[in-house]
Design a protein around this ligand. Structure first.
Ligand code: MRU
Length: 349
């Protein structure tokens, strides 16, 4: 991704430190946040300095590499085993986190350098997966199409490129002139803040829409296709994504609008048969009760936008059943959301 004409990745690893774009400050301020220990990297995942399934996966892999690097020679196995468990507890839903921790942990059993090499290799694969998803998803996009997305599944949700937005970035570069409806994605506003910022920087036409305006846009023929990312996909194609995705899928089905999910292989959970087995993160009620933005001195402030005496609940994800999904755009092509195609894609007998 280009920020002020300079190429950045969302996250990278250098000499034992994890560097990441601080997503809590976007789109108001651009800053890089650094962590020196695996515990600090876990805190960055929990607090959503780094967020989005693919970026969380890369962060977790780097955290595992940091743990291996700092583990004592005596008690090495105990140390990295404990670290793997701590990292796995940082966020529960995105499967990419578990995928990378397990791969880097296995490498760490052979040594510290092997752990760092595998964490870096997985981050490179993450970029290439996004690029390939973009190229395969391009076949879905016709000139001047109006596309709805939800949350942020662009560069910031991966190391680069993204999943749902990757075909849109490719389509724009090919001159297909896509227009993107950006669902604001309450409570944290990943659409309004992050997706809108990415599209603006890429020069792609877009408009932010209130989450509850989607049915109105659809009934007026303003949406040609919906494409979202995914945080975890079960073997039957049921898909966990940011809360509100299910609403869009039901509406798209009602209005006969194609609904696609885009995700790499590292988002598919081979041990999860259906969406019922996917853990849904429950986050702090304050994310619902408070909104934030810069004051007149450009300092980011939080304000309560709800009745102070009321409580709120905050389930962060929902499950869209496979029956509402037209296809899953992967790095190897577009597959059907069904067990046989997913097993074939994952090369599981
Ligand atoms: O809670 P977040 O911001 O980490 O949510 C994850 C997401 O960004 C979305 O659900 C996204 O669509 C899938 S991640 C590529």
């Amino acid at each position: 991704m280009k920020v002020n004409q300079r190429h950045y990745q969302t996250i990278w690893y250098h000499d034992g430190e994890v560097h990441m774009i601080n997503q809590l400050l976007l789109p108001f301020h651009f800053a890089v946040f650094k962590t020196k220990t695996y515990e600090e990297t876990c805190t960055a995942i929990k607090t959503m300095i780094v967020r989005g399934a693919g970026a969380i996966g890369a962060a977790a892999g780097f955290a595992m590499a940091q743990a291996a690097r700092t583990a004592p020679e005596s008690g090495y196995l105990d140390y990295i085993t404990k670290a793997a468990n701590v990292i796995k507890c940082s966020r529960p839903t995105a499967y990419n986190l578990f995928y990378t921790v397990e791969a880097v942990f296995a490498a760490a059993l052979n040594g510290k350098k092997q752990a760092e090499d595998v964490a870096r290799k997985l981050a490179s694969e993450n970029i290439e997966d996004g690029r390939q998803i973009g190229l395969h998803g391009l076949s879905l996009i016709k000139p001047d199409m109006h596309i709805l997305t939800h949350c942020n599944a662009g560069w910031l949700a991966f190391v680069d490129w993204g999943s749902a937005l990757a075909p849109i970035f490719q389509a724009s570069r090919k001159g297909l002139n896509p227009f993107v409806w950006v669902g604001e994605t309450r409570p944290r506003g990943q659409g309004a803040r992050l997706t809108a910022w990415e599209l603006y920087n890429e020069g792609i036409q877009h408009a932010i829409v209130a989450d509850n305006a989607v049915a109105s846009l659809m009934t007026n023929g303003k949406i040609d296709m919906v494409i979202t990312g995914a945080d975890r996909i079960a073997l039957n194609g049921d898909t966990a994504n940011k809360t509100g995705t299910l609403d869009r899928a039901i509406l798209a089905h009602y209005f006969r609008i194609p609904f696609f999910v885009a995700a790499p292989g590292s988002t598919f959970d081979p041990l999860c048969e259906t969406g019922a087995g996917i853990p849904i993160e429950s986050r702090d009620q304050d994310e619902v009760k408070y909104q934030e933005g810069p004051d007149e001195s450009d300092v980011i402030r939080r304000i309560n936008v709800t009745n102070p005496a009321s409580t709120a609940i905050n389930p962060a994800f929902d499950i869209t059943p496979a029956s509402l999904i037209n296809g899953i755009v992967t790095e190897k092509g577009i597959i059907n959301p069904c067990r046989s195609d997913i097993l074939q894609f994952l090369k599981i007998d």
